[in-house]
Design a protein around this ligand. Structure first.
Ligand code: DGT
Ligand code: CA
Ligand code: CA
Length: 485
């Protein structure tokens, strides 16, 4: 079973973090982070490229050194360089780097003055009021740290859905080809397609449960087996992701699939509906007063007993889906084929990863009718944002490509920074040339709700403004939403 791209990316980002804490040269730190980003965005499997002997150095951001590291990870599943670094930097410090506002510089001060090495020690010191006395810290910073820490505890050890997709699919394919296996399905938050997942939940029905469990615990990416039993086993993968496997009889499969898909709140509401009908609902099926199983083989049967239509897992969050199903008003989910175009993208002209032409052709290949090219504006220096002259030149390039390329309409756009005073980071006479203008917040995330709201409303008052991009500026698992009414 091959090492996934997201595993490789995770190793590179972690090295970036560890080097940063050690006070390494920022260029080296950035090299690892850029490589991690590139690998995450790559559509081909690196493991496959290595197997086929392809030249990894041809990839952007990958030099000789990183190419060798990728080969090492593909061959061994780990990287000696990372193992070495992990012995010199305490893992608690790496967690601390995730606290917004705590860069390596501040971490060094915390470590040197207060001997702080992990989240617990920092929380204690902040509560005792020791942190605000340090150089470069104030009472407000101390309060912010305490707030961020409590949010961090909740975020810790959750994975982005997209980061686990590849391994989840590999694991499903692996289990499905084991002898005697009848059905294998993913349940839990992964099946509900939440933004993040805490762990994976897999359901299996098989002739002999011991055989599946053996295969499961022997899966190549498993690092440690937490428990192994007849009906339930739990493992931890190399990435730290936990996976629960349950083996259930086929007559119960639908009931178990419904139960372990959740959400818990949805399950409880369904169970209550059952009680109202004199039925017992659990992961084995639906049972009448005499204890006779009247449903359980499929999810459809389970819902039908409650007088409900079957519903997509994405809807099962107890947000009114049961009421909607009872009256036949379930929403139809939007799927990729419904998308007609994309109104926000970058090219290599700012911080995207492909050229204008490659982006246009990719959008056309997806069957889109239009694509808005929305580079950053100059205020966002790290993203190589465009100044007015550069934007006008870029508009010419877009016009030129539009003339040349059939089957896709490119829109001239911009992702303009909303500056702290609410003005847009581009003069009106330049905005006038555009088909579409997005405004976005990339700085001063911590303003009060009142100030932040005023800032955004002011930006929207600009007659050229069309769309508020990433409205709360949150980064899932990394940066909280800014306060905005
Ligand atoms: P996660 O793993 O934190 O991203 O979220 P889930 O939803 O995958 O939760 P997990 O893995 O703890 O459990 C999987 C499903 O099992 C959950 O969505 C609903 C069901 N479940 C777990 N515990 C309970 C419970 O106490 N009562 C009921 N009714 N269902 C439960
Ligand atoms: Ca789960
Ligand atoms: Ca679980």
């Amino acid at each position: 079973m091959a090492v996934t791209n997201s595993e490789i990316a995770a190793i590179f980002s972690r090295i970036g973090d560890l080097l940063e804490i050690q006070g390494e040269n920022p260029f080296r730190v950035r090299a690892y982070r850029n490589a991690a980003r590139m690998v995450r965005g790559l559509s081909r499997s690196l493991a496959e490229m290595v197997e086929q002997g392809e030249v990894l150095e041809a990839l952007p951001t990958i030099g000789k050194d990183l190419a060798a590291k990728i080969r090492e990870i593909v061959a061994t599943g780990s990287l000696r360089k990372l193992t070495e670094l992990e012995t010199t930097v305490s893992p608690g410090l790496v967690d601390l780097l995730q606290v917004p506002g705590l860069g390596p510089k501040r971490l060094k001060i915390l470590r040197d003055y207060l001997n702080i090495h992990d989240v617990g020690e920092l929380e204690k010191a902040a509560r005792q009021g020791l942190v605000h006395q340090l150089p470069g810290f104030g009472v407000k910073t101390e309060q912010n740290i305490l707030r961020e820490l409590s949010e961090l505890q909740q975020r810790i050890r959750r994975y982005l859905w997209a980061d686990v997709e590849e391994i989840a699919e590999q694991l499903l394919a692996y289990l499905r080809k084991q002898p005697g296996v009848k059905k294998v399905e993913m349940a839990g938050s992964y099946r509900r397609r939440r933004e993040t997942v805490g762990d994976l939940d897999i359901l299996v029905s098989a002739a002999k449960s011991a055989k599946v469990t053996d295969a499961f615990t022997a899966f190549e990416a498993v690092e440690r087996v937490i428990s192994k039993g007849h009906t339930r086993s739990t493992v931890v993968l190399r990435t730290g992701l936990q996976v629960d496997l349950r083996v259930v009889p086929q007559v119960s499969f639908g009931a178990a699939w419904h139960y372990f898909t959740g959400s818990k709140a949805h399950n409880i509401a369904v169970r209550v509906m059952g009680v109202q009908r004199g039925l017992k609902v659990n992961e084995y099926g639906i049972f009448d007063k005499q204890g006779k199983r009247i449903a359980g083989r499929t999810e459809k049967e389970i819902y039908a007993q409650m007088g409900l239509q079957w519903m997509e897992p994405e809807l099962r969050e107890k947000r009114g889906e049961l009421e909607a199903a009872a009256t036949g008003r379930l929403p139809k989910l939007i799927v990729a084929a419904d998308l007609r175009g994309d109104l926000h993208c970058h090219t290599t002209r700012s911080d995207g990863q492909d050229s204008l032409e490659a982006m246009a052709k990719a959008a056309r290949a997806l069957g889109h009718d239009y694509l808005a090219i929305t580079e950053h504006s100059q205020h966002l220096g790290i993203a190589r944002g465009l100044d007015p002259d550069e934007l006008l030149a870029h508009c010419d390039a877009i016009d030129e490509l539009n003339d040349r390329l059939a089957g896709i309409r490119l829109l001239k756009g911009l992702e303009a920074d909303i500056l702290e005073d609410g003005s847009l980071d581009m003069p009106d006479h330049v905005l006038q040339r555009l088909d579409i203008c997005l405004g976005a917040i990339h700085s001063a995330f911590g303003l009060s709700e009142k100030k932040q709201t005023e800032r955004v409303i002011r930006a929207m008052d600009n007659p050229h403004f069309n769309i508020l991009a990433h409205p709360t500026a949150r980064l899932i698992g990394k940066r909280p939403a800014c306060r905005l009414d």
